[in-house]
Design a protein around this ligand. Structure first.
Ligand SMILES: [Zn+2]
Length: 161
C-alpha cells in the first residue's frame, strides 16, 4: 500500500474523516437519548473505512450495565478476523472497561468526541501505542453536560460512582 494512502492503518487519520465518522456516533448517542438512555454512541470502522457496526449505551434500555456504546458497536460488528487497522469512534472518552476492550482485541485507533465531561482510559491507550484522535467536539460536550445536569444519579451509576 502507498505510504500516503489514507486506508493504510499506519497513516494518521485526517480530521475530515474523523469528524464524518464522529457524526455517526453522535447519531447513535441521540438515538439512545430519545430512548430514555445515556447519550453515548460509538462506531467501529474497518481498515478501509467501512462501517463495521454502530451502537449506543443501553444500560437503561436493556437493564444491562455492560452494554456501553463501544461494546454495543463492537458486538454489532460481529466476528472480525483481525482488529488491526480498525478504528473505534466514540462520543466520549472510553471508560476502563471499553479501553480494555480496545487493548484486548488490538483495535488500532480511537476517535473521541470529547474528554471534558469524563476522562477515561485514553492516555493509557496512547501509551500502549493506540492512535488517539481527540476532537474536542462542542456538540458532544453540550450533550453530556445537559445529560449529567438532568440525570446526575444515572450518570454516577454509569461511571461507577
Ligand atoms: Zn465504557
Amino acid at each position: 500500500m502507498d505510504l500516503m494512502d489514507p486506508r493504510d492503518p499506519m497513516n494518521p487519520l485526517d480530521q475530515v474523516t474523523a469528524r464524518t465518522w464522529l457524526a455517526g456516533a453522535v447519531e447513535e448517542a441521540r438515538a439512545g437519548l430519545a430512548e430514555g438512555g445515556i447519550p453515548i454512541g460509538a462506531a467501529l470502522h474497518g481498515p478501509d473505512g467501512t462501517l463495521l457496526g454502530r451502537g449506543h449505551n443501553r444500560r437503561v434500555q436493556d437493564d444491562d450495565p455492560s452494554m456501553h456504546a463501544e461494546t454495543s458497536a463492537f458486538r454489532a460488528a460481529g466476528r472480525q478476523r483481525s482488529y488491526r487497522g480498525t478504528t473505534m469512534v466514540t462520543t466520549l472518552s472510553p471508560c476502563w472497561y471499553c479501553s480494555g476492550l480496545v487493548r484486548q482485541f488490538g483495535i488500532s485507533r480511537v476517535v473521541i468526541g470529547e474528554a471534558v465531561t469524563f476522562h477515561g482510559g485514553h492516555d493509557w491507550l496512547a501509551e500502549a501505542g493506540v492512535e488517539i484522535v481527540l476532537l474536542d467536539d462542542p456538540e458532544c460536550v453540550a450533550m453530556m453536560r445537559d445529560f449529567i445536569k438532568n440525570h446526575p444519579a444515572l450518570w454516577n451509576e454509569d461511571i461507577g460512582e
